[in-house]
Write a protein that binds this ligand. Structure first.
Ligand code: SF4
Length: 282
């Protein structure tokens, strides 16, 4: 099946035809019935897809893109096991958001559970939209497992392909220029005409001082630099895996973060990190 004969719109950005055959290995769906293994969730985000969205970072990815910004999400061991029904209930009650973005980790390694999740949410909210990141190519997923094709069928947008550090750019919702925003339904057809520039980084600080960020860094080096600064400020980087609520969210910091981004380091997309105040915080 091809993009066109499946009724899908063609890739809208950088229609690279790289095959990435090496990455098709490991394209298994490790879904556990009724369960998701989650690294982190966020109930409101404006930088990972159109408008305001919830985000789920799943645990586990079979790929190892050099420079991946989220190495803590790669092992399949770890994360938090959560019931699909419980996560669906959480999403259903997030009145501010119009949909969810699935990131990771590799969402298509838990494809059937995520397809079931979207079905459960749409029983209550039929217009709830869905976007997913994947290290695989859209064309490979069209030949994937039944669960992977089921998830694909339920998505409005897909950002596909592995992160390639040498092609890092300031791009809309993605980190390297080989990656594509694939429009799968009419819902977000308008994104084809958006300016292809980064959506920025959103920083949140919880009432407990827990710091987290979400977005695709415009330049390499964002995560390494920020974590170094946080460590120097007394934060324990990576101390907490889950940022449930964006309480006490700090907005309007993009300018400062952009300055930070341009100073050094090595990191990749997508899409977030966290830290918590340390015992010796200054
Ligand atoms: S960039 Fe994405 S696909 Fe690549 S290793 Fe990291 S999580 Fe996996």
């Amino acid at each position: 099946m091809t993009d066109s004969d499946s009724g899908h719109l063609p890739a809208t950005r950088d229609a690279s035809t790289e095959g990435h055959r090496g990455h098709v290995r490991g394209m298994a769906d490790a879904s556990r019935p009724g369960e998701l293994v989650v690294n982190r969730v966020l109930d409101r985000c404006g930088t990972l897809g159109p408008n305001l969205r919830a985000v789920i970072w799943v645990q586990g990815c079979p790929l190892r893109c050099p420079g991946c910004v989220a190495p803590e999400t790669l092992p399949f061991a770890g994360g938090e096991v959560r019931g699909v029904a419980e996560v669906a209930d959480w999403l259903t009650h997030l009145s501010e958001v119009e949909g969810v973005t699935l990131s990771g980790g590799e969402p298509f390694s838990q494809a059937q559970s995520l397809a079931d999740l979207l079905d459960a949410v749409r029983e209550q909210r039929p217009d709830f939209s869905a976007m997913a990141y994947t290290g695989f190519r859209h064309e490979a997923l069209l030949r994937g497992t039944p669960g992977q094709r089921a998830l694909l069928d339920r998505l409005d947008l897909l950002v596909d392909g592995p992160y390639v550090a040498a092609r890092h750019g300031d791009l809309l919702w993605r980190g390297s220029s080989n990656q594509r925003v694939v429009v799968l339904t009419e819902r977000y057809h308008h994104v084809m005409s958006l300016t292809d520039a980064g959506a920025g980084i959103e920083v949140s600080v919880g009432n407990d001082g827990h710091f987290s960020w979400a977005g695709v860094p415009a330049v390499p080096g964002f995560r390494a630099f920020v974590e170094e600064q946080l460590t120097q400020a007394g934060y324990v980087v990576g101390a907490r895996e889950e940022a449930v609520a964006a309480q006490g969210e700090i907005r309007g910091t993009d300018e400062r973060i952009t300055e930070v981004q341009h100073r050094r380091g090595q990191c990749g997309p997508p899409t977030g990190g966290s830290a918590a105040p340390g015992p010796a915080a200054g």
